[in-house]
Structures are given as C-alpha cells and as structure tokens.
Design a protein around this ligand. Structure first.
Ligand SMILES: Cc1cc2nc3c(=O)[nH]c(=O)nc-3n(C[C@H](O)[C@H](O)[C@H](O)COP(=O)(O)OP(=O)(O)OC[C@H]3O[C@@H](n4cnc5c(N)ncnc54)[C@H](O)[C@@H]3O)c2cc1C
Length: 665
C-alpha cells in the first residue's frame, strides 16, 4: 500500500512509526569511527577491522544501498597496476597534476594508482564480477582475452575498467558487517568531539542523531574517518523536482566538511565553484539519447539519419570505433573523465567528444534536429556492451532505465533513443543530456574542496582521516573512493592502536545536544525546506561566478543573520525533519566556510573557476592552495604549495613517501 492509498482508505495520515527518544543518549565506543557508510566508508571499515581495530560506522541512510555508489557502477578508474595497463602510478599522479596545473590531489592519486587495482581484486573476492567471465565479448576491441578484463575510455593504456558493479554496495556492506563492524544506519552525524572540546585539537569521536527516533548518539573513538561525500544542496534546492532524476541524492550535504570546519581542520580548494552539472535537472541517467560516459561510443544521428562523428579534443573528426577510445594525442593518455579533473584540463589528456562544429553545422542546415542515439549502427557485440552490460550496471540505471526501457519494448537492435530537442551546451554541442548540463540554471553551482591531508590521509586534526569523494579534495569517483577509503581505514586503525582513548568533554557534548534538539524543543515556524532554500539563495547571490571582498562580507553577514534569526525559529515535527533541519543549518555554516575561503584567495584563479572582480589577475605568488581553518573562532588562512606532498618534510620522490607512510605490513 502506498501513502496515497493509505490516506484514501483510512482518511488520516499515518502516525510516526518509531518510538520517540528525544533527549535520550546512547554511547558507543570503538577504536575507529567511520562517518558515512558509502563505498569509501565501508572500505575504511573493512580495512580497519582487518588491522585488528574495533569499528563503528554511522550512516545517514541504510549502508546496504546508501551513497552515490549505492546503486551500482560500470567504470572503475585508477586500475593502474592491472596487468594490461601501460600507465604507472607516477604517471597517473603527475598527469593529474599537469592537466590541472597542480590544482588537484596528486598525493591521493598516487595512492590510488598504487592500490586501485588491488582494491578492485578484493571486491572480486566479495562476489562482484569484474571480468567477462562468460566470454560474451570475446574478440571485442574492449577486452583482453587472457585476463578477460574489459576497458573503457582509453584502449591504448587500459587503466579504466568496465565492471559489472550493480551489486557492489551490498557486497562491501555485507563484508563490513561480516567482519564485525558495529553499524548505525539512519544516524546523522552532527559534530566532531575534540580533546578538551578545543578547536584544532585531536578528534576523539562524534555526536549524531537518529532520524527515526531522535535518539542522541555519542561516539567515542581513538580515530575517526570522515567519508560523508559531497554536497548537492548548497547552491540549489528543489528536491521534489530534482532528486529522483539525476545523479545526486538528498543526503549529500558534505556534513563532514562542516563538522571538520567547526572543529578547526584545514580545508583547501574550497574557493572552487563549478557549474552544477549533476543538478537533477536532466533526465534519468541514460534514459535519453547521449554519447557520454556509459554511452561513450554510441553513434549519434540527426533527423535524416546522418551520422554525427566524434572528434579528438583537438577537434579532429574520428571515424573508426576504436579511435573514439584513443588518447587525443599520441603518447598521452585519457585521464580525468569522471574523476574531478575537468577543470582547465589540457586537451591531450581529454576524451573524444561530439564534433565541436555541430552547432555551426546545424545552423548551416548540414544537420537537422532532433538527434538520436542509434545503437543499430554498432556491431552486435558493441551494442550489447554499451546498452546491455554498461547500462545495466551503472548507478541508478539497472531498474529505472534498463529494465523499464526493455520491459516497455525498447529494442536497441532496431530502436533509437531521442536526445532532448535543442539540448546543447555552451558552444552549441550536444552535451551529456542525462546530467542536466544544458538544463541547469546558471546560478546553480557545486563547490569543490576538502581536507588538507598528509601522506597518511590524516587531516590537520590528529586522529581525523579523510576519504572518498568530497572529503578528499578533487577526488571524484567510485574506484578512487574505495581505494582511498581502504587506505584511510588502515591508517586510522594504526593510529587508534597507538593512541590512548580520551574521554570527551561533557560541556562540548551538552552544548551540541542542546543545539541539535533545538528544533523539537523550542518549536517555531520555519521548516527545514524553507531554511535550505534560503541558504541556497544566499549562496547563489553572494558566492557565484564573480566575487568581491564587499559582497563576500555581505554574504557571510547575511548567512549568520539567517542562522541567528530564522535558524532559531526552525521547527521539526518528527526525527526525520529534525535531521533535515540540522543538515540545513550545517549547510549555512558550510556556505560561510566557502565564502571565507573565497575571501582568503586575493587573486583570481581561472583553472579553479574562481574570479574576483577586485583581484582580477592570477599572479604566480597565488599559484598555490589556500588552506583555511578556524582557531578560537577566528578564521585563519595560509598558502600551501600544490605539490606540498613532495616538499619538506616529505621526500621529492612519490614512491619513497608511499613506502614510508603506507603502513603496508
Ligand atoms: C548514478 C551515479 C553513477 C555513478 N557512476 C560512476 C561510475 O560508473 N564510475 C565512477 O567512478 N563513479 C561513478 N559515480 C560516482 C561514485 O559513485 C562516487 O564518486 C562514489 O560513490 C563516492 O563514494 P563515497 O563513499 O566517497 O561517497 P558517497 O557514496 O556519497 O557516500 C557518502 C555516505 O555518507 C553518508 N552521510 C552523508 N552525510 C552523513 C552524516 N551527516 N552522517 C552520517 N552519514 C552521512 C551518506 O549516507 C553516504 O552513505 C556515480 C555516481 C552516481 C550518483
């Protein structure tokens, strides 16, 4: 029975189905606490458990399917050491740095290059298919017949694998639980606990609230891994309209960033603001025609069946299927597609795209819209690979798209998929229509940034480790998140087993509990949705494309006003609304962190998409990260070289650092 049927039958709305436990406390003790049970979090838990630590995991959803990776995956990036790859971990890290002019995470990319394939082999042991075991694609250009591995994006260098990952999240979740993780689902972590309750001190736990019962959780831990993902609700908020459609989910509030900011951790790249490509304004992923990502290689035709060709990143048309999957420059390799390196990327590392002159050709009458994806032009094997194997494993696609389309009679052997009419990107290109690139309002943005870490992936706060997409700056995909999670979990276990537990400060806990329970205890007239929408509007107005010191100061002041006025009038009618209210307040705080980071960079930085009208130039002295943090409530900032991980006290040699810090034993 659905909601509507229940209400129609009974004439009333259902009572809250869980016991209310507002004000009650539950204390959990473990060596390691993992905040966020997405793929990074599950892998962190597994690694820490294998190192002999006891582990608690708190997840905002149900960790069997929660997070961006909960609904599957078809591409595994960073399998750099697989037997067919021509890329080394050094090259992977160095190319990532080169293509973004240093504004990425060269350190994490080296670790991922070293361990990404091993991390994948472990999920194979857990029951996830990573090879063409049934020889369905034998002889295909995408397959190595000896290992049966299948490649995507770059058939020359073979470092990104096609995998059958529809069940990957249940598999890692099951393994984490089998090894003994103490998992708390539907708990929203609200703050970090620090030694003596001080900002900038060692992290010794966290607090949380159940979104079913309102029970207040106190997690005590010797080390904490933050793997709570990125945010999608900061510059935009239209959940009824957007959340069911595209890539993101409503639990993504980057709470890890906010609680780290409040606890005094240093954050970098927080001034980066990029267009919100995955806004939810698009269609269900791959339900419409397109030739991007999962559908890379799918042919496009116009109304009259005339084929639109792919082109290299230098604009040269390619006609052969294999050339669509080759680097744009000989000797280079494809890096960056889907791994948060898109900003300012050098063409030689870019993937092939739709003919960049398509807009022009359309206007001249050479092509006529609408356009279609025409799988029939592919060989039977390639058609089955893209529409069958890839689509049915990609996140959010197996049931809503693949099964629905086929159940309703769509047949790729004879039918085409139409592109949305006039779905063109800024240069008149057909863009990835499923992601909403062309449909998203210009002011809807996404922020970058995350924790500054050392070679152990430990943040500037002792005992706090960062992992996964979001907490690790400029790290943005599935395989990378597993790998960084696995590494951070190992490190957290080692830290925990070397450090004594510290009792949290009761005052810090009491203060946080009062803050968290505010919306149910004091009542009010502002809902969490109104609050979130107001935060998003402020971010659009004051932290958009063009910034000045004056407007940023205004934005910070307005956000603080919002928190102190409407924020104090928020109400929550049940634990679900309570957790959402806390998230909305946390988004306001995160917005302030973004604006403080923007204030700290006194220069523009085109590669980060960061422009200040009062500092239009990008002088060399500002070619660096700007680390921001709070100390005793005051904002502090400092410059950090983009390659800090190769400078004193570290070795200039990647491998030496890895050997020294990786805790391989
Ligand atoms: C539809 C879709 C398809 C994708 N396909 C691919 C692909 O083919 N290849 C690829 O490389 N990448 C892909 N990605 C990206 C990839 O899935 C993500 O990069 C990856 O899942 C990130 O993992 P994570 O664990 O770091 O973050 P997430 O998976 O987002 O997990 C974060 C977790 O933190 C929890 N959380 C959040 N806030 C709190 C809080 N306050 N308290 C407690 N818990 C909290 C959430 O519930 C969630 O479980 C895809 C993403 C989507 C959405």
């Amino acid at each position: 029975m659905n909601w509507h049927e229940y209400v129609a039958e009974t004439g009333e709305i259902p009572a809250w189905p869980y016991p209310l436990e507002y004000g009650n406390e539950k204390v959990i003790e473990s060596d390691v606490l993992v905040i966020g049970g997405g793929v990074a979090g599950c892998r962190a838990a597994i690694a820490a458990l294998k190192r002999g630590a006891t582990v608690a995991v708190a997840d905002r959803g149900f960790s069997k399917r929660s997070g961006e990776g909960g609904a599957g995956v078809d591409h595994w990036h960073g399998a750099v050491t697989n037997p067919c790859s021509k890329i080394t971990p050094e090259r992977y890290s160095e190319a990532a740095m080169e293509t973004t002019q240093g504004y990425t995470n060269g350190l994490a990319r080296y670790i991922i290059g070293k361990e990404g394939y091993d991390t994948l082999l472990e999920v194979e042991q857990m029951g996830v298919q990573i090879r063409d075991e049934d020889d369905e694609f034998k002889g295909s250009i995408f397959r190595d017949d000896e290992t049966k591995l299948m490649f995507a994006y770059d058939l020359e260098n073979k470092h990104c694998l096609r995998i059958y990952g529809y069940n990957i999240k249940p598999a890692v979740d099951k393994e984490m639980r089998r090894l003994g993780a103490d998992v708390y689902d539907r708990v929203c972590i609200t703050s970090l606990l620090t030694e003596g309750g001080r900002q900038g001190a060692r992290v010794i736990g966290a607090t949380g609230v159940s979104d079913r019962t309102g029970l207040f959780y106190i997690f005590k831990a010797r080390a904490v891994v933050v793997s709570s993902g990125r945010t999608v609700r900061l510059w935009s908020f239209a959940p009824e309209y957007t959340e069911s459609q595209s890539m993101c989910n409503i639990n993504q509030t980057a709470m890890g960033h906010t609680i780290g900011w409040r606890a005094g951790a240093e954050l970098i790249m927080m001034e980066q603001v990029v267009p919100h490509r995955l806004s939810g304004m698009g269609y269900a992923p791959y339900s419409t025609g397109n030739n991007n990502n999962t559908y890379q290689g799918a042919p496009t035709v116009d109304k009259n069946g005339k084929e639109v060709h792919y082109a290299t990143a230098f604009g040269e048309l390619v006609y052969d299927e294999k050339d669509i999957f080759m680097p744009s420059e000989e000797g280079s390799f494809v890096i960056g597609h889907g791994i948060a390196l898109d900003h300012g990327q050098m063409p030689k590392y870019k993937i092939t795209v739709t003919d960049p002159k398509l807009g022009e050709k359309l206007r001249s009458g050479e092509y006529e819209q609408p356009f279609y994806t025409d799988f029939t032009l592919l060989s039977e094997q390639s058609r089955r690979l893209i529409f069958g194997m890839m689509l049915s494993n990609e996140g959010k696609c197996r049931v809503p798209v693949y099964k629905t389309l086929t159940a309703w009679g769509y047949d790729p052997d004879q039918d085409m998929l139409q592109y949305p009419v006039a779905d063109y990107g800024p240069q008149g290109l057909i863009d990835s229509s499923w992601a909403g690139a062309g449909q998203t309002p210009a002011k809807w943005k996404m922020g970058g940034g995350g924790f500054l870490t050392d070679w152990r992936l430990m943040t500037s706060l002792p005992g706090l480790f960062a992992a996964g997409c979001g907490p690790l700056p400029s790290q943005g995909c599935h395989g990378e998140s597993h790998t960084a999670g696995r590494y951070a979990g190992r490190q957290a276990a080692v830290f925990a087993l070397k450090h004594e537990a510290v009792e949290p400060d009761p005052e810090q806990i009491a203060k946080e509990k009062a803050r968290v329970l505010g919306p149910v205890q004091r009542g009010g007239d502002v809902s969490w949705k109104e609050m979130n929408a107001a935060v998003a509007r402020l971010m659009q107005d004051y932290c958009g494309d063009y910034k000045t010191e004056y407007t940023l100061d205004m934005g910070i002041r307005r956000m603080k006003d919002l928190m102190e006025t409407e924020g104090e009038r928020m109400y929550a009618s049940n634990p679900h609304e309570l957790a959402r209210a806390i998230e909305s307040l946390s988004l306001a705080e995160l917005g302030i962190a973004y604006m403080q980071a923007a204030k700290a960079r006194k220069a523009s930085c085109p590669v980060l998409g960061f422009f200040r009208n009062d500092y239009p130039d990008s002088p060399e002295e500002w070619h660096c990260f700007v680390a921001v943090c709070q100390k005793d409530g005051e904002v502090q900032s400092r410059k950090v070289p983009c390659d800090y991980y190769l400078q004193e006290p570290y070795s200039p040699v990647l491998e030496e650092n890895y050997r020294k810090y990786a805790e391989l034993d």
